[in-house]
Write a protein that binds this ligand. Structure first.
Ligand code: SF4
Ligand code: SF4
Ligand code: SF4
Length: 335
């Protein structure tokens, strides 16, 4: 039997859903594990410490999957260690690839986030007004440390070189099976690419007007998902629900429109799209029947950049100038 491929997995600033997508492979996971040796999976699965990964020879690991965004010094450190130890490093899931939902935190300064989380929420009980410190001494003798909380969220490729990107929040489990197969057979696209079937969510959507031989209509009104129930079978975008299916990778099988929810772009951009948010704005604006409808779009940045703000051209510039003073300790991106 051929030697197993060594796999390392790290969950950084994410929710664990990307790990669950692998577990969701069910019995296929058993087949995959016949060809994979898990040498590191932290913090969710294996009882290994960072020092175990650090002690491995460079390039000893065949495949590294890094999920979650980078907000903490600890996450940045492990990204750099994984880059050294792994022959191939994959930004797995939209948080690692573009920042994901936690990247929405880049709409606010670090001070605002700390104030809300540690002082202002109804469930917070913090009478002494203590915020997390990177160092503190307990009982006059025990020094405790916490990783640095950086001023903004970064996707993995802002910190280290990334070989492949995988979208999805999380990636759909059937697609995860295809990714593992591509890894095992070496049938991977050119380095730097997204691993995707290449079709948009619209391409695989049962509501696509083109599939019924119909023309795409302009958008006559803007609706939110709470504004009634969409007409069955009809394209959500044409009904005014701002679905981002035209520019989103459809490796999930266009799941959300199946249950009346517009696609929000978690699959990542279709090939050829550099900045998801900018392209989404331009695609939707081009379909609006009249300019006045723009005012009806709720929270445009949080709609169009929901999964991609930290990895976007615009987001990076705007957030960094806004936070420039308080974030002078933010480390530089990789050269
Ligand atoms: S991409 Fe989604 S599922 Fe994966 S870690 Fe981020 S929030 Fe969780
Ligand atoms: S815009 Fe949305 S609902 Fe319409 S075809 Fe595309 S994915 Fe389906
Ligand atoms: S339809 Fe869009 S938002 Fe929903 S799972 Fe698929 S890519 Fe993600």
């Amino acid at each position: 039997m051929a030697e197993k491929l060594k796999l390392a997995y790290f969950l950084a600033g994410g929710c664990g859903g990307c790990d669950m997508a692998i577990v969701d492979l069910s019995e296929s996971l058993v087949d995959a594990l016949a060809h994979l040796e898990v040498v590191f999976w932290a913090p969710t699965l294996t009882d290994l410490k960072y020092k175990d990964l650090e002690a491995m020879p460079d390039k000893a690991v065949d495949i590294g999957l890094y999920s979650g965004m980078i907000r903490l010094g600890e996450q940045e450190h492990i990204a750099k260690v994984m880059r050294r130890k792994c022959k191939v490093l994959i930004a797995y899931g939209i948080c690692a690839a573009l920042g994901g939902i936690p990247g929405m935190g880049n709409m606010h300064t670090k001070d605002e986030l700390f104030r809300t989380v540690y002082f202002q929420t109804y469930s917070t009980d913090n009478p002494d007004g203590i915020a997390p410190q990177t160092k503190c001494v307990v009982d006059g003798k025990y020094e405790l440390t916490l990783p640095e909380f950086y001023g903004y969220v970064r996707p993995l490729h802002h910190v280290v070189d990334v070989d492949y990107f995988v979208g999805g929040c999380p990636p759909h489990h059937t697609f995860v099976g295809k990714i593992l197969e591509a890894i095992l057979t070496g049938d991977l696209p050119p380095a730097g690419s997204w691993i995707t079937g290449g079709k948009s969510a619209c391409d695989v959507c049962e509501r696509n007007p083109a599939a019924r031989g119909q023309e795409r209509e302009s958008i006559k009104t803007v609706k939110r998902t709470i504004d009634g129930t969409p007409e069955e079978g009809k394209c959500l975008l044409q009904q005014g629900y701002l679905c981002l299916g035209p520019l989103t990778q459809g490796d999930c099988g266009s799941l959300c429109p199946k249950v009346d929810i517009p696609c929000r772009g978690c699959g990542g951009p279709i090939p050829g799209v550099k900045d998801f948010g900018l392209r989404a704005i331009s695609a939707i604006a081009g379909l609006l029947e009249k300019e006045a409808l723009v005012d009806q779009i709720p929270s445009p940045v949080k709609l169009f950049y929901r999964y991609s703000l930290p990895g976007s051209l615009l987001g990076k510039k705007a957030v960094r100038s806004e936070n420039a003073e308080e974030d002078r300790n933010q480390p530089d991106d990789k050269a």
